[in-house]
Design a protein around this ligand. Structure first.
Ligand SMILES: [Zn+2]
Length: 292
């Protein structure tokens, strides 16, 4: 009952003016932690895996655990494949039971990006109630964030965005507006708010309104997140922060209990720390209490 795609969750968020966290997990303890946190706050949830953990854990294993957790959870939960550059692997994850797929062909030329994104959309839509996210422009690593945000050519062009959404049939759209992956080098990274606003207006004017995705959530200041939600950001991707929480908590625990050999206690410490991080994000995004 709680197994849903991302589009259904995000259309409601866009309508009602809040956003939903899309949390990258790399192991099953993290997956349980994000689900428990979201259930505790009655929030809709998007669980994400990048391609590497998806291949390492196995897509069937991830889907089986997702379905087990989501089936009994009283909130809508989506399982999303993040930044997949391989059309074939996108298809395999559709077949395995992921409910939302990101085909990231943003490094390709415009026409090739459209071709690959459309191919995944057609496959996913035929395969069932599965939705697709596409990206246009450069969402860089933080090393290049300042360069990218000041280089219009690397950011998402609003008219190209409309053509992209129309010709691909994507359900969610990730425009490059200057946010980046990793830990920002500055406390207040420059983000092109006006561009996001223009993109939303252009899409809406052409009858192509789709939920908008903000990549690089880790480290964005509170005010930036709020502004991005006001301008239509509906899905916020949070990855780096969860990796840091996992590794720092593990390290701190082991350092304090060097001669204890009880892995369950490390898992428990990690789970509590991840839940606390998710709790803060859910409050920040305004999605607490928004599960149907
Ligand atoms: Zn991303």
């Amino acid at each position: 009952m709680a197994i849903v795609n991302a589009k259904s969750i995000l259309q409601k968020a866009t309508r009602e003016g809040y956003a939903v966290g899309a949390f990258n997990i790399t192991n099953l303890v993290q997956m349980e932690a994000v689900v428990e946190a979201a259930v505790g706050q009655e929030s809709p949830l998007i669980i994400q895996t990048s391609v590497t953990p998806s291949r390492f854990l196995g897509r069937e294993v991830i889907v089986a655990v997702y379905r087990t957790l989501a089936d009994r959870a009283p909130i809508p939960i989506c399982l999303h494949l993040d930044h997949c550059t391989d059309v074939q692997y996108c298809r395999q994850c559709v077949d395995a039971g992921y409910t939302n797929i990101m085909i990231d062909a943003s490094k390709q030329e415009f026409e090739e990006n459209i071709r690959q994104t459309r191919e995944v959309c057609e496959y996913a839509h035929k395969g069932g109630d599965i939705t697709v996210e596409g990206e246009l422009g450069t969402v860089s690593g933080v090393e290049d964030q300042i360069k990218v945000v000041e280089d219009v050519a690397q950011l998402c062009n609003p008219d190209a965005a409309a053509e992209f959404v129309m010709r691909t049939g994507v359900d969610l759209f990730a425009p490059a507006i200057g946010t980046a992956h990793g830990v920002y080098k500055t406390a207040n990274p420059k983000v092109d708010f006006a561009r996001l606003e223009k993109i939303r207006k252009t899409l809406t004017a052409k009858g192509l309104a789709v939920p908008l995705v903000i990549h690089g959530g880790t480290g964005l200041p509170e005010g930036t997140v709020k502004r991005l939600i006001e301008l239509g950001g509906a899905k916020f991707n949070v990855s780096t922060e969860l990796k840091h929480t996992l590794i720092d908590t593990t390290f701190t625990y082991i350092e304090a209990h060097r001669h204890e050999y009880n892995p369950g206690r490390i898992d428990k410490a990690v789970k509590e720390a991840i839940k606390e991080t998710i709790h803060i994000w859910i409050e920040r995004l305004g999605c607490s209490g928004k599960a149907e």
